[in-house]
Design a protein around this ligand. Structure first.
Ligand SMILES: [Zn+2]
Length: 294
């Protein structure tokens, strides 16, 4: 089925080339992948854009596969904006064929992207506020190139948002300051929080790697249970876009070692909370981490 959908997409893309869709309301028709990018583009584009996200809240972007209807949506777009850094792993072929697409990755600098021990690149750039500022700048540039008439508005929206993102970083730093050095360990289902850890002086441990494509192994769970017991870590976290099963087996493994670890509130990792902005969702995560670990 996947091959068929991609084949169909390729054919449609070939037939229509870079044909633009004329919106009756005069707004740009922007198609994005994740909920974080929907929020970002709506913020920078303001009244000049209609944003359609392929993925809704709670959807795992590592595993998302193109639906047949996505072809029409992508072709009708004036501009497609996606994360890149191999986040949309199953859409790579489709996105690469689009002429009207930009990635947030293209707004980053060399050295910004983190890698795991095996050299796999980490796509979760939205968990670094400094990198999300670069993503916002990239979106503003992309919209201005497409629609120079309104470039001043995109820049004004950008400047306002950059200040809000600086305020967010201050909020994060202040809130987390109550968690002492040796308690700054975040144990989660998959490795979404490396950028968060990197900017906020945390250590992260997870059951799955930086993508949810790989299965959790029992040896990883066992090693992690040893680590939690040894360091007496109070809480581990589940994530909104991932099944809590692996975290529950980790909790059981810790219990069998004679230590009790609680499961903290669900963190929003690869998708925003329903009807909440990026900034609001980030604050909810930080508050939950403070409640569990402070
Ligand atoms: Zn992820």
């Amino acid at each position: 089925m996947k091959k068929l959908v991609i084949g169909l997409l390729s054919l449609l893309l070939l037939l229509t080339g870079c044909q633009k869709n004329n919106q009756e309301d005069g707004k740009l028709n922007i198609v994005v992948t994740t909920t974080m990018i929907t929020d970002l583009v709506e913020t920078i584009g303001g009244d000049h854009v209609n944003v359609k996200g392929l993925m809704t809240t709670g959807v795992d972007p590592h595993l998302y596969q193109a639906k047949a209807s996505d072809a029409t949506t992508l072709i009708a777009a004036d501009l497609v904006i996606y994360n890149g850094v191999h986040l949309e792993a199953k859409l790579t072929d489709v996105l690469a064929k689009l002429e009207n697409a930009i990635s947030l990755e293209s707004g980053l600098d060399e050295g910004d992207i983190l890698a795991d021990d095996e050299g796999g690149i980490d796509p979760h750039i939205w968990f670094s506020v400094p990198l999300w500022k670069k993503a916002a700048i990239r979106v503003s540039k992309g919209l201005s190139e497409l629609d120079p008439t309104n470039a001043k508005d995109y820049d004004a929206n950008l400047q306002k948002y950059l200040v809000e993102l600086d305020d967010l970083q201050s909020y994060i730093t202040n809130k987390l300051s109550v968690i002492e050095g040796d308690k700054r360990v975040l144990v989660t289902a998959h490795d979404a929080f490396n950028y968060f850890a990197h900017s906020n002086n945390f250590e992260v441990r997870s059951i799955q790697g930086i993508s949810t494509e790989s299965e959790a192994s029992t040896s990883t769970i066992s090693e992690l249970a040893d680590f939690i017991t040894k360091h007496q870590i109070k809480s581990v976290f589940t994530e909104s876009s991932i099944s809590p099963k692996t975290i529950e087996s980790l909790q059981k493994a810790v219990e069998s070692r004679g230590f009790k670890v609680t499961i903290g509130e669900e963190l929003y990792s690869d998708s925003l909370k329903d009807n909440a902005s990026y900034i609001e969702t980030f604050k909810l995560n930080v508050d939950a981490i403070v409640r569990a670990l402070a």
